[in-house]
Design a protein around this ligand. Structure first.
Ligand SMILES: [Zn+2]
Length: 299
């Protein structure tokens, strides 16, 4: 038991020492293991809508946006998912070497640990939002969570709020949403499918992870203001038709099979629930959390 705890401490490093003082129920070996374990299990890839495809694992997403001039990959997940993603890309009839641009939802190990290996395999340009770009290059989690790091990866283009990434006729617009990590990014695009247009949002995370310290967080000092700004930014946007998330187990439980079959109306028309309703309830949740922490810490 003691040996296991020691190995954990060595592997997880300083972030965990800080985290243990903050006391969340996260960072245990069990918490980390679910990501490289069941969450990384292979699943059959499928086209979601238009040129957006699911190529990720059982509960960690990776989205492939295909174009005639090469592809964009959003999130690479855990190292364990490298073969899952590359096999899924091939199964859908695309070439891994045609991935030209790699993006991310946010710089937490479970979404970008695989970036370095995928960059080597594809030669793609890595683009990332300011705040996360530095974290990707340093290999350290600079978010309020401060979890496990990753192999550093070179970022070719640092993005700012509202910047666009275009390839082969598809444009993704980057919304800086620095609540969950300092450069968390919600991606917005519009795709054509069966004669209609769908506004799609790929969510970069909104609130800081549950249990992490908000007031005086040692890594993300203005996390409270940044989270409020994130919620304002997202709520000011038009409601998307389809919201895609980083941990899509609910989609696999409820709608993935119907999406695979190409059912219309599209089974994932979840914008009202996953955007408008969710953002309002997250705002209330977050303010309650801030107030509770102020009471506890007497500030
Ligand atoms: Zn995260």
């Amino acid at each position: 038991m003691r040996a296991a705890a020691l190995v954990g401490a060595l592997v997880l490093g300083a972030g965990v020492a800080a985290a243990q003082q903050e006391g969340p129920a996260q960072y245990s070996r069990e918490w980390y293991q679910q990501f490289s374990g069941s969450y990384s299990n292979p699943v059959e890839p499928f086209r979601i809508v238009g040129n957006i495809h699911y190529v990720g694992a059982a509960n960690i997403a990776s989205y492939l946006v295909t174009t005639p001039q090469g592809h964009i990959l959003i999130d690479t997940g855990m190292n364990e998912m490298h073969d899952v993603i590359t096999n899924n890309v091939v199964k859908l009839g695309f070439k891994v070497e045609d991935i030209r641009i790699m993006l991310s939802s946010h710089a937490h190990f479970d979404h970008i640990e695989g970036h370095a290996a995928m960059q080597r395999a594809t030669g793609a340009q890595v683009m990332a939002m300011t705040g996360d770009a530095e974290a990707l290059e340093s290999g350290h989690d600079s978010s309020a969570l401060g979890a496990l790091g990753w192999e550093p990866v070179k970022v070719s283009r640092v993005l700012g709020h509202g910047d666009t990434v275009s390839l082969g006729g598809t444009t993704l617009r980057a919304l800086h949403a620095p609540g969950h990590t300092q450069g968390a990014t919600t991606w917005r695009t519009t795709v054509e499918d069966g004669g209609r247009q769908y506004a799609v949002a790929i969510l970069g995370g909104t609130l800081p992870n549950g249990g992490v310290r908000l007031l005086g967080n040692p890594r993300h000092k203005n996390v409270i203001e940044d989270t409020r700004r994130t919620l304002r930014t997202l709520r000011a946007e038009a409601q998307p038709d389809i919201v895609l998330v980083g941990h899509p187990q609910a989609m696999f439980a409820k709608t993935a099979d119907r999406v695979r079959k190409g059912e219309r109306p599209h089974p994932l028309l979840n914008g009202a629930e996953m955007w408008t309703k969710a953002l309002a309830s997250q705002e209330a949740q977050f303010e309650k959390r801030v107030a509770e922490e102020r009471t506890t810490l007497g500030r």
